[in-house]
Design a protein around this ligand. Structure first.
Ligand code: TXA
Ligand code: MG
Length: 335
């Protein structure tokens, strides 16, 4: 076991007070955290992730009462959502304040706020007298970590400490919703479904579709959640059939909700939820992508998920994972 990985919340707090980076568990994915009010500390996040500086960071707090000292507040509809879903996998984009450094908001007048539902991280935040800026704890563009070990594998000794809070219960990043305009606007599908949000505050505007190279929420960047092997999303049987007609025949791993593909060896198939539960599938998705990627294969084929509940967020991540390989795909299948 790595020596900078453990469950010592006091030690994590000490590192953060000293302006160092600590990976923190949340219910969604692991975050790479720094004191949000310490610019020099936040700069390290961008460096370690190799993250473009135009991509702002989410501010994590333990509760709504921690917003007032920062001169931040949630508008009424956000408060309605917070009453139901906070702490939880929902991030609110609201006007920022002069107390929040420009490095956190990437110079925009808005800040993203989240109250994560993980007991260790809530305890950590309660011990600190500053909020934490934290993106997902992966190198920019790669799959987000859902265990402490994933963080150790991807960022290892570049963080002072990895606070091990076990496997993430939601497994997909938070839903992001902006309250800057008249109508609330979803910026990213995530751990709270569209249906659940609209049941509380009524209709919301949906995220912009397709490739966005100057994104509002750069989780929208087309090249994101990338696996090393090409990943194809669609009608898996049709893709497998096409692939098996090419020469040489590629070795294929599959990911699906529960579908089994007779053309592939069982050991290469990841069925995320035999009972068709999209929450269970969301929880297992990123791990399955990593495991498939580590196999001796040429291609990962993914059956599109039902476009409802967390299925929307799952398909969103998979579309981004697959668009990174569109060109590769054509070469793979045509050569
Ligand atoms: O579940 C999560 O949200 C995880 C955990 C660690 O909290 N965090 C996470 O952070 O996914 P990150 O940086 O990987 O994705 C945050 C997204 C980015 O796409 C970023 O562009 C967007 O939130 N974002 C952050 N601040 C924003 C702002 N002020 N306005 C619009 N989008 C913002
Ligand atoms: Mg991320």
């Amino acid at each position: 076991m790595k020596e900078n990985l453990g469950t010592d919340i006091l030690l994590a707090a000490d590192y953060l007070r000293a302006g160092e980076l600590v990976a923190i568990p949340t219910e969604t994915v692991y975050g790479l955290a720094a004191n949000a009010l310490n610019e020099a500390a936040v700069v390290k996040i961008y460096a370690v992730k190799n993250r473009p500086q135009f991509n702002p960071l989410i501010l994590h707090v333990a509760g709504l009462d921690q917003l007032k000292p920062l001169d931040l507040e949630l508008p009424p509809k956000a408060l309605e959502l917070a009453a139901k879903f906070s702490p939880g996998p929902l991030t609110y984009v609201v006007p920022s304040s002069v107390k929040i450094p420009g490095i956190v908001t990437a110079g925009t007048p808005a800040v993203a706020i989240r109250i994560p539902a993980h007991p260790m991280t809530l305890e950590l935040l309660n011990q600190l007298d500053f909020p934490l800026a934290a993106p997902s704890a992966n190198p920019s563009g790669m799959v987000s970590p859902t265990t402490a070990l994933h963080v150790a594998q991807q960022l290892g000794n570049q963080v002072s400490y990895i606070l091990d809070g076990g496997a993430c219960k939601v497994g997909l990043e938070s839903t992001i919703i902006s309250f800057l305009g008249k109508t609330p606007q979803l910026l990213r599908y995530g751990g709270i479904s569209l249906e659940a949000i609209e049941a509380v505050i009524g209709p919301v505007a949906l995220p912009a579709e397709g490739f966005v190279d100057n994104p509002v929420a750069p989780g929208m960047l087309a090249r994101h959640y990338a696996t090393i092997h090409p990943l194809l999303l669609g009608d898996a049987n049709a893709i497998i059939k096409q692939a098996h007609a090419s020469n040489p025949i590629p070795r294929i791993a599959s990911i699906s909700l529960y579908q089994h593909f007779t053309a592939l060896p069982d050991a290469y198939q990841f069925q995320l939820s035999p009972s068709g539960d999209l929450n269970e599938a969301a929880r297992k998705l990123f791990s399955a992508m990593r495991m498939a990627d580590e196999m001796d294969i040429d291609l990962i084929v993914v059956e599109r998920f039902p476009e409802k509940g967390l299925g929307r967020a799952i398909n969103d991540r998979l579309r981004r994972a697959s668009s990174a390989h569109d060109i590769l795909f054509n070469t793979t299948l045509n050569s």
